[in-house]
Ligand binder design. Structure first.
Ligand code: KG4
Ligand code: ZN
Length: 352
C-alpha cells in the first residue's frame, strides 16, 4: 500500500492506495473552504496553520484504518509542486517524518500530474496518449500526455486561470469562496427561471488571436465594470436577478472561450493527421456541468472519447496523488528523503 498526502492549497488530505489493484482503500479530506470564505480567497498563512492541525488528525484515522500498524505501507507519497510553498511544506514534513521513521521510500508527486491521474483512481490501468484540459484555481492548460513520463504543455493562460476568474467574479458579487460552484449554481437557476438573454455582451477573450492560449483577466474586468455601473445606477448587486444574469453570462463567455481554443486545437491536430482518441478535463473546475456538456459535444464532433473523473475527485485530493505515485512506485522513481524540496512552481523537466 502507498500512503499519500496532499496539502498544496486549502485541502488537507490523506489516502491509502493498494499497489496491486490501484484500489483506493482509504481517503479522507478536510476542506478549509469555510474558513477562507470569509476572506474571499485562500489566506496562505491560515491554510498552513490549518494543515498542521488537520493532517495529524487524518493520519490518526488512517492508522486506525490500518489496525494501528503502518506495516502494510510500502511507500509514502506527497505533493511537492506546484502550490503554495508554506502549505506544501506541511505535507512534505509529515511525509519525510513518516518515511524516515518507517524506513520507507518517498515519492514526490507533481500536483498537476496528480489531477490527470484523478481519471484512473480505483483502477490499475491508465490511458495514454491523452490530451487534457486542466482547469483549476491556479492553472488553465492543454497538456499532451504521450505517456506517464512524456507530458508537454501545449497552451496556457496568459493571466488569470479559469477557476480563479470564477472566484473573483463571486467575490465581486459577495458570493463567498470558492466561486466556481456558487457561480455555476446561480447561472443554472437563472437559466431555469428565465429565458436567458445576452444583456451584458461580455467580450470573448482572444477573439482575433490566432494563438492557442487562454486569457480571463479581460473578461473579469468587463464583469467588474458592469458591477460598478450597476452600483452607480442604484441596482442591488446582491439580488438573485442581477447575480444570476452576471453569473450566467460570465460562465457562458468563459466556457465559450475555452471551447473556441479547444476547437482550434482539435482542428490543427486533425489537419496534421494526428487524431485525438482520448480527451479529458481535469482539475477543480472540471466539476462544472455546463462546461462538461459543451466539451462532450465537442468531443463527439471530432470523434474523441471524453474521460472524466468522478465529481468527488475533481478538486484537490490525496487519492489522485496516491494513484499517480503508484505508477512512479512501479517505475521505482523514488526521491531522496534528505534533499527533497517543495516548489511553488512545477520544476523544469516535469513537463517537457
Ligand atoms: O483543483 P482545485 O481544487 O485546486 C487547485 O489546484 O487550484 O481547483 C479549485 C478551483 C477554484 O478556483 C474553484 O472555484 C474552481 O476550481 N471550481 C469551479 C467549480 N468547482 C470548483 N469552477 C467552475 N465551476 C465549478 N463547478
Ligand atoms: Zn488542484
Amino acid at each position: 500500500m502507498i500512503l499519500s498526502i496532499e496539502s498544496s492549497c486549502d485541502d488537507s488530505s490523506i489516502a491509502i492506495t493498494e499497489i496491486s489493484s490501484g484500489k483506493l482503500l482509504f481517503h479522507r479530506k478536510i476542506s478549509q473552504e469555510a474558513t477562507h470564505s470569509t476572506y474571499g480567497g485562500v489566506v496562505p498563512e491560515i491554510a498552513s496553520r490549518l494543515h498542521a492541525e488537520e493532517l495529524p488528525k487524518i493520519l490518526y484515522e488512517a492508522k486506525k484504518f490500518l489496525n494501528d500498524s503502518f506495516s502494510p505501507l510500502k511507500a509514502i507519497a506527497v505533493t511537492t509542486e506546484p502550490g503554495l510553498n508554506i502549505t506544501l511544506i506541511e505535507g512534505l514534513m509529515m511525509a519525510k517524518a513518516l518515511a524516515f521513521s518507517l524506513k520507507l521510500p518517498i515519492i514526490s508527486v507533481n500536483h498537476l500530474k496528480g489531477h490527470i491521474y484523478s481519471l484512473f483512481i480505483n483502477q490499475i490501468q491508465s490511458i495514454f496518449p491523452l490530451s487534457v484540459l486542466l482547469v483549476s484555481g491556479g492553472h488553465t492548460l492543454i497538456i499532451e500526455a504521450k505517456s506517464p513520463t512524456q507530458m508537454s504543455i501545449i497552451a496556457k493562460s496568459m493571466d488569470d486561470s479559469f477557476g480563479e476568474s470564477f472566484d473573483k467574479v463571486a467575490k465581486m458579487l459577495l458570493l463567498g469562496y470558492p466561486g466556481g460552484p456558487i457561480v455555476e449554481k446561480m447561472a443554472k437557476l437563472h437559466a431555469q427561471d428565465s429565458k436567458p438573454q445576452s444583456t451584458f455582451n461580455f467580450p470573448l477573450p482572444l477573439k482575433h488571436s490566432k494563438d492557442l492560449a487562454f486569457s480571463f483577466s479581460g473578461l473579469k474586468n468587463a464583469v467588474r465594470l458592469k458591477v460598478l455601473e450597476a452600483q452607480e445606477q442604484g441596482i442591488n448587486i446582491q439580488s438573485d436577478d442581477f447575480r444570476g444574469k452576471i453569473c450566467y453570462e460570465f460562465q457562458k463567455t468563459a466556457c465559450d472561450h475555452l471551447l473556441t481554443q479547444l476547437k482550434k486545437y482539435f482542428k490543427t491536430k486533425k489537419e496534421n493527421g494526428d487524431f485525438i482518441k482520448h480527451f479529458s478535463i481535469v482539475g477543480g473546475a472540471s466539476a462544472n456541468i455546463f462546461l462538461r456538456d459543451k466539451i462532450h459535444d465537442l468531443c463527439d464532433t471530432f470523434g474523441a472519447k471524453l474521460l472524466l473523473a468522478p465529481l468527488e475527485f475533481c478538486s484537490d485530493n490525496a487519492a489522485m496523488i496516491g494513484r499517480a505515485a503508484l505508477d512512479k512506485y512501479n517505475r521505482k522513481e523514488f526521491a531522496d528523503i534528505v534533499t527533497l524540496q517543495s516548489s511553488p512552481k512545477s520544476t523544469q523537466g516535469e513537463f517537457i
